[in-house]
Design a protein around this ligand. Structure first.
Ligand code: Q0Z
Length: 287
């Protein structure tokens, strides 16, 4: 727990503290959620993997967009960030048809106003990545919105900018990941404005918690894909016949170990840094 910092928010698996008027501390726990339920068993170092990956991407995407990262703490799970005025939309980019994108496509043939070719199968790669904004739901699930609704929420000029920047960030990361055997099927960005009202990338970006990571060697369009990071935990939970209501089941040691190994593997493949090297000196991802 950080000292002399006010707790200002809790996510399912993260905590947010105010350091002063201008700075926040974002702390990633080792909690894991499956089927939207936080499990009682933690995955050791999961928060460090996500924090390290986000800091890696922030460092490498600075030319595409400024970001909120100020410092990475020696614990490897806490980042000091600039406090921003966050935009009221979730900036989702999809390169593949999955989740709510697939659901909307089967119902209407389009996703957030993007009319898509007929005959696409579940998990199909899209001809081009699409920007599919969503509202920020306080409880329950974010709701996909069309371009006009999103533009009404942030203004037309800012909408055009977040769409262009989001797609550029996704293309950069998805190309990098694909060359290393990971498909980033979709991802969610959260942007804010700084004191000069410049667009700044905030929150946690391009991690397996804010994105769908799929193992490229197992990619088979025409059905759901296995999750790079959470598949062991999901399969175990499914094998119990759990009703997916709170509380979730405890995970056995083998599932914990296997899941931790997948997170570490994602970090090492994408950052090309040994995770032990990150643990010894987290700032390696900033160079
Ligand atoms: C992020 C969240 C979490 C609960 C607010 N740089 C920023 N400036 C202003 N606000 C935020 C950020 Cl990152 C901000 N969230 C999401 C994160 C726990 C909620 F760790 N909320």
């Amino acid at each position: 727990m950080p000292e002399a910092a006010l707790h200002v928010g809790s996510g399912k698996v993260r905590e947010l503290y105010a350091l002063d008027d201008d700075r926040l501390l974002l702390v990633a726990s080792d909690r894991i959620s499956t089927f939207d339920v936080v499990l009682p068993t933690e995955i050791p170092d999961k928060g460090r993997v996500l924090t390290g990956l986000a800091a890696f991407w922030f460092t490498r995407t600075r030319a595409i967009c400024a970001n909120h990262l100020l410092a990475l703490r020696p614990d490897g799970r806490s980042t000091e960030c600039r406090r921003l005025e966050m935009l009221p939309i979730e900036c989702v980019v999809r390169g593949y048809l999955s989740g709510s994108g697939w659901k909307d496509y089967t119902a209407t043939g389009s996703v957030c106003g993007h009319s898509l070719p007929a005959g696409l199968v579940e998990s199909a790669e899209l001809p081009e990545p699409i920007f599919t904004p969503a509202t920020k739901a306080v409880t329950g699930h974010d709701e996909n919105i069309d371009r006009d609704t999103a533009a009404d929420l942030v203004g037309a000029a800012l909408f055009e900018q977040v769409e262009r920047v989001s797609i550029a960030l996704y293309r950069f990361a998805a190309d990098h990941a694909r060359e290393r055997g990971i498909i980033i099927a979709d991802t969610k960005f959260e942007f804010g404005l700084d004191e000069e009202r410049r667009l700044v990338l905030g929150d946690e970006a391009l991690t397996p918690d804010s994105s769908r990571f799929w193992p490229a060697d197992e990619y088979r369009p025409g059905g759901a894909q296995s999750s790079f990071d959470k598949q062991f935990a999901r399969d175990y939970c499914e094998s119990l016949g759990w009703d997916k209501l709170e509380p979730g089941p405890e995970l056995p040691e083998a599932v914990v170990t296997g899941t931790r190994a997948r997170y570490v593997e994602a970090f090492e493949r994408l950052a090309e840094i040994d995770f032990d090297v990150y643990l010894a000196d987290p700032e390696v991802v900033l160079r």
